[in-house]
Write a protein that binds this ligand. Sequence first.
Ligand code: 5GP
Length: 177
Amino acid sequence: MDGLRVLITRQQIAAKVSEMGARITADFAGEPVVLIGVLKGSTIFLADLARQIQLDASFDFIAVSSYGNAKQHSGEVRLVKDVDHSLEGKNVILVEDILDTGLTLGYIKSLFQAHQPKSIKIAALLDKVSRRTEPIEADYVGFAIPDEFVVGYGLDFAERYRNLPDVCILEACSDGA
Ligand code: 5GP
């Protein structure tokens, strides 16, 4: 498609997601886990990751809105949809498409700590390491990527491109700032 350049192929994604699932399976050693997806970007990653986790796994979803536009985070995050079930005593794995400044996951993680889960981990498919402003890291990371605006595999630009099977750089949109 015009203006799109493949950064990570579907084959690379599948291999990495399978590795991540195997690590999670080994780390939790037979214990149940709750996968919590951050709508909507994480849905495709969560669906694939869940099928690579050989544990008793349940799903829940939250939605947040961050003020600002697609490329510029205002620093304010608001919970739009909370989890449906209590997380008390559970092994929680927050599943996110991309870790950028860290504001979103920092906010969600501190919010969930108040639920007193047994453990709380973060699985992020992509990590824009150079953009981080918050002291937060993912426990399971797929790929470290450069500071480019990416779409596909769940990630959108104005709700488009989520269904692309590869992670692509949206060239018209990446200013590298
Ligand atoms: P953070 O709070 O870590 O700055 O931002 C995380 C959120 O910003 C992601 O969940 C995603 O919605 C959005 N985001 C950050 N970088 C990109 C990107 O390159 N492409 C897309 N589509 N969304 C991004």
